[in-house]
Design a protein around this ligand. Structure first.
Ligand code: 5GP
Length: 184
């Protein structure tokens, strides 16, 4: 009998490991050109960023530093008012630093809008956003994304850092779950 596999829960692969690797190589060339000699502070937004942050920063052959933030956005009334709670703040001052935010996915844009506004008050030299996935059909906020991996269909996706109920972050590619996974 074959071993149960995470892949058994996946209905469709949206972005394969090979496609993700190729996209990271492409993004890193552009980011290296833009940030060489700027010693950027690359800020990963936990938890979903962790594989992308690790693979992207290792592909960047420039001097840089890393830090992390974690936040939670609220559903329902508070989410629609754009309230985001910072669960873990930076360890580093960003004053006069070139900041590059690394995110797994942008959906409505509420989280990043809040984070960028919050970080702007700390007087960085610049702030740009790099997201692996952009669900731009779902966007309600005006967020300027400088570096975009893939345009993502307006479906709930998992894998490569993205979870469903805490699971599937360790799936090495990005896919859509079988409907029965949600009902079980
Ligand atoms: P936003 O504030 O842009 O609406 O939401 C951003 C956050 O929502 C992401 O960082 C991620 O945690 C979550 N999110 C949005 N779409 C998806 C999705 O398709 N799959 C998963 N796993 N999380 C998502």
């Amino acid at each position: 009998m074959s071993k149960p596999s995470l892949a058994d829960a996946i209905a469709e692969t949206l972005f394969s490991r090979e496609q993700i690797d190729a996209k990271i190589a492409e993004l890193s060339t552009t980011i290296e050109d833009d940030y060489r000699d700027k010693n950027p502070l690359v800020i990963g937004i936990l938890s979903g960023c962790y594989p992308f942050m690790a693979d992207l920063t290792r592909a960047l052959d420039i001097q840089l530093e890393v830090d992390f933030m974690a936040c939670s956005s609220y559903e329902g009334t508070t989410k629609s008012s754009g309230v985001v709670r910072i669960l873990k703040d930076l360890n580093t001052s960003i004053e006069n630093r070139h900041v590059l935010i690394v995110e797994d996915i942008i959906d409505t844009g509420l989280t990043l809008k809040y984070l960028v506004e919050n970080l702007q008050t700390r007087h960085p030299a610049s702030i740009e956003i790099c997201t692996l996935l952009d669900k731009h059909e779902a966007r309600s906020e005006n967020v300027q994304v400088r570096y975009r991996g893939f345009v993502c269909p307006n479906k709930f996706v998992v894998g490569y850092g993205l979870d469903y109920d805490g699971h599937f972050r360790n799936l090495p590619y990005i896919g859509v779950l079988k409907p029965e996974v949600y009902s079980s």
